[in-house]
Write a protein that binds this ligand. Structure first.
Ligand code: ZN
Length: 445
């Protein structure tokens, strides 16, 4: 049988497929055709295939594209607007008033574009988003070539773009219809948090999510205060309430989960829900620590997210993964916790699984989408390379990202964005910053 002609053949020094777990391949080639991975073979065998484009990648590591499983992309325009404050003060005194004043459809377009550009430059090929005007975020995902889960924000109070939750859901239903066959966009529900969404709305969301087979993405047990308040006001923990309302299940994505008792753990295991760990946001807002190692040992799918740039303050998932690997050791009291292979799995395949995309992305396997990233480990700070994966997790940052593809289409080449105008994006963000600063203080100083 004639071999298919490859569109692209990558020849890196090292390749970590993520599945099977714990494997590092040396001197292998990866072939792409029609946007999918069609070949992973030792270099000599790979070179027997005809390819339209061959890339020699000495000193480079090829991995699946990173999956940033939680964020608020457009909030990149609020990066650094309010720091060093506890969650409640930060939200109620700073973020919510700023959002009420500044967030428009244009703000979301520009902020999401900034976030996508930063993420692509950091090796992220897929992200999850929870923000207002989700249709504007969808437009930017479509244009930029990245992959995303866009969630519909639902809260008890009016939000930018919707007078109430019913209107937000009505608008959202149109997105489900319009994007049903989009190759890179997936729509899900994004009820903000247990303390901002009432029972009737959550029940409504559960019914719709079941009908549409859609994900439910929600901040849950972000702080001890949230759990204490729910116990005082309702006599039950937020996770128990969500379980009573039927929301937990394989499509449920619980973001943060810094507070987990034995009953919570049991609910998470039996419902097969995913957890999205956001260590830097949790540390910066002093929210608490998600016990990642304990969850992992219990068999729970743990993914990772940067959260929004207003509480992090960057979208560097590689840096976030290093933080997670270090924090897991500190929290569990075991230096063996979350080793480099498992850390990368959390940032790729586990993220894909949380978003219901693990049949398409998250690992380098024949038949999956060619969502790929090449990290350059030839830099001074990575020398010498005994173990390239150790270097990736414990020394590299987003600046090591060199090339990136989504569905076989190259979006980053030698660190430069191919489809987006980086200078224009910087200029637009600066203009927003100036406008917001002036509007807040009445002076441009
Ligand atoms: Zn968040």
């Amino acid at each position: 049988m004639p071999r298919p002609v490859l569109d692209l053949l990558l020849l890196p020094d090292w390749l970590v497929p993520v599945e099977p777990a714990g494997v590092l391949l040396k001197n292998h080639g990866l072939g792409v055709a029609d946007g999918k991975i069609v070949l992973i073979a030792p270099r000599a065998d790979a070179l027997k295939h005809q390819a339209k484009h061959v890339m020699e990648l000495p000193g480079r590591l090829l991995t699946p594209g990173l999956v940033n499983a939680h964020g608020h992309a457009a909030m990149s325009l609020f990066r650094g607007i309010a720091d060093d404050l506890p969650l409640t003060t930060w939200l109620e005194k700073h973020i919510w008033p700023a959002e009420a004043k500044w967030v428009t459809e244009q703000f979301v377009q520009d902020g999401t574009e900034l976030a996508i550009a930063e993420q692509l430059k950091g090796g992220i090929t897929c992200f999850s988003d929870m923000y207002f005007y989700p249709q504007a975020a969808c437009g930017q995902v479509h244009e930029s070539g990245i992959r995303a889960q866009i969630t519909l924000p639902i809260l008890d109070f009016p939000i930018p773009g919707a007078r109430d939750a019913a209107e937000a859901l009505r608008n959202g239903m149109r997105l489900f219809d319009d994007l049903r066959h989009h190759p890179r966009l997936k729509v899900a529900f994004g009820p903000h948090a247990p303390y901002t969404v009432s029972d009737d709305k959550l029940e409504n969301i559960r019914v719709l999510a079941d009908q549409l087979d859609a994900g439910i993405h929600m901040h849950v047990h972000e702080t001890a205060h949230e759990v204490r308040q729910s116990l005082e006001q309702r006599g039950e923990r937020p996770l128990a309430r969500l379980n009573r309302l039927g929301l937990l299940g394989p499509r449920f994505q619980a973001v943060h989960m810094t507070q987990i008792n034995d009953d919570d753990l049991e609910l998470l295991v039996t419902s097969n829900s995913s957890i999205i760990h956001c260590p830097e946001s949790n540390m910066k807002l002093a929210s608490g620590f998600c016990p990642v190692e304990k969850l992992w040992q219990a068999g729970i799918n743990v993914a990772i997210g940067t959260d929004g740039a207003a509480s992090n303050n960057d979208l560097d998932l590689l840096g976030e993964t290093r933080t997670a690997a270090l924090l897991a050791k500190a929290v569990s009291g075991s230096a063996c916790a979350l080793d480099a292979h498992r850390a990368l799995r959390m940032a790729t395949l586990n993220g894909a699984r949380a978003l219901g995309l693990d049949d398409q992305i998250g690992s380098l396997e024949v038949g999956k989408q060619a969502d790929l990233v090449v990290f350059n480990l030839n830099n001074l700070a990575q020398q010498p390379v005994y173990d390239p994966l150790s270097q990736l997790i414990y020394t590299a940052g987003s600046a090591c990202t060199e090339h990136l593809w989504v569905g076989g289409k190259q979006l980053l080449e030698s660190g430069a964005l191919l489809r987006m105008d980086e200078q224009r994006i910087i200029d637009t963000a600066r203009a927003w910053g100036e406008k917001i600063r002036t509007g807040q203080t009445g002076t441009s100083a």
